[in-house]
Design a protein. Structure first.
Length: 394
């Protein structure tokens, strides 16, 4: 291809963020940072890329590897971070081991995953999230869920629902059924995909108790409030699943104390798309989007990969998904903040600069003309640029 025929394009799954969207993104990020700080969380920033073996250390062997990988000049494999949980677990264990527990950390970051082309999925996307490390129990889980709700509100959303699940509930049922590891993985895959046809066909082939088979088949429909939880409890016999239901009920009780229980419901069919979750999990959905805008849960085994066992829980929120939801709900920002335009006559730029400094010190947004103009031209230019007013130094 001739050089003059080349048309520059951004790589698949990436995009340019233009001024209006960049301003909206920054506004949401600033609101979230203020909220996280108010809850006692401290910001951390980790490298955009890490050694590949470091990122794999925090992920189970069977997990899908969607990372972007490359080699440094010494031949060591590196990867762009596919999430922030693993890097923060590394930082907590290796760089903050002298800090008193629990650690409350938050981040605002871009992450990278090789994704299929579909709505709501990018290869580079932006997240805000928190990790609460070194704290087990329902108080930590309830804090993370409550903070996720407050984060969605701070981001500008009002119409959303947070769905709580528990991985041990499903794990206990499958263990009770005596399913093979392959059958368990296929069931998890169908639940993740919400593939009812595939789930039904698989369970038809499994030689398990009919009551357990029926319960597994109904998992994607098991969502509701406390009455649903109580009904399901009467249908499970194994102690692991019963303990998982008790855990959810206790967390919900604390969420009532936080005053945000109206945003919360139970969904016992939730299977998060990472294999490292060990207890409570949750996802948040909003009107107009068919995929979660926020998700997280408890992951107590990850830190051990870096040399210290400690419980942990947290969540990540998709910044661009929040902005998309705001657009679809008609509550997004439609224009940039309008500046004052300062024009000046020939030889008057020193006075114009002085006026610009005065206005900016007063908190105004100001745009200075870079060439001398007559007043009529300055007014036309200000209108063309969308300025809210004109100051002319003549």
């Amino acid at each position: 291809m001739a050089k003059q025929d080349y048309i520059p394009q951004v790589p698949y799954g990436t995009k340019d963020i233009l001024p209006l969207d960049a301003a909206r993104k920054r506004q949401v990020e600033n609101e979230l940072a203020r909220l996280f700080l108010a809850w006692g969380y401290q910001e951390v920033v980790t490298p955009t890329f890490e050694y590949y073996e470091t990122l794999k250390a925090g992920a189970p062997e069977e997990s899908d590897d969607s990372s972007f990988r490359f080699f440094d000049r010494n031949g060591r494999m590196l990867a762009l971070r596919p999430d922030m949980t693993t890097p923060i677990a590394r930082v907590a264990v290796m760089r903050m081991k002298e800090n008193p527990l629990p650690l409350r950390l938050f981040y605002l970051a871009n992450v990278f995953r090789q994704e299929e082309s579909q709505a709501g999925r990018q290869c580079e996307f932006y997240q805000a999230g928190v990790e609460l490390l070194g704290a087990g129990g329902i108080a930590a889980d309830a804090e993370v869920v409550a903070l996720a709700v407050e984060a969605l509100i701070a981001g500008g959303l009002s119409d959303f629902q947070v769905c709580l699940g528990q991985v041990d509930f499903i794990g206990g049922i499958m263990a009770d059924a005596g399913l093979s590891s392959i059958e368990r993985q296929n069931i998890k895959r169908f639940l993740l995909e919400r593939n009812m046809v595939g789930l039904t066909e698989l369970l038809t082939q499994c030689q398990i108790d009919p009551d357990i088979k029926q319960l597994l088949q109904q998992l994607p429909m098991l969502h509701g409030k406390m009455d649903m939880l109580q009904q399901v409890r009467g249908r499970v016999k194994n102690k692991i699943s019963q303990a998982a239901l008790d855990n959810l009920a206790e967390i919900y009780g604390l969420l009532q104390n936080y005053g945000i229980d109206r945003y919360v419901t139970f969904d016992l069919g939730i299977i998060r798309d990472f294999e490292y979750y060990t207890g409570m999990v949750f996802e948040a959905y909003t009107t107009g989007l068919g995929y979660p805008i926020c998700g997280g849960g408890r992951y107590d085994r990850m830190a051990a990969a870096f040399g210290r066992e400690q419980p942990a829980t947290g969540f990540a929120l998709g910044i661009e998904r929040v902005l998309m939801a705001l657009d679809r709900q008609g509550t997004g920002v439609t224009q940039l903040s309008q500046a004052i335009y300062v024009g000046w006559a020939n030889g008057q730029i020193p006075l114009a600069i002085a006026e610009v400094r005065r206005l900016r010190l007063a908190g105004e947004l100001v745009e200075l003309a870079l060439q001398p103009q007559d007043k009529a031209t300055a007014e036309l230019e200000a209108k063309r640029r969308g300025s809210r007013s004109v100051v002319y130094v003549g």
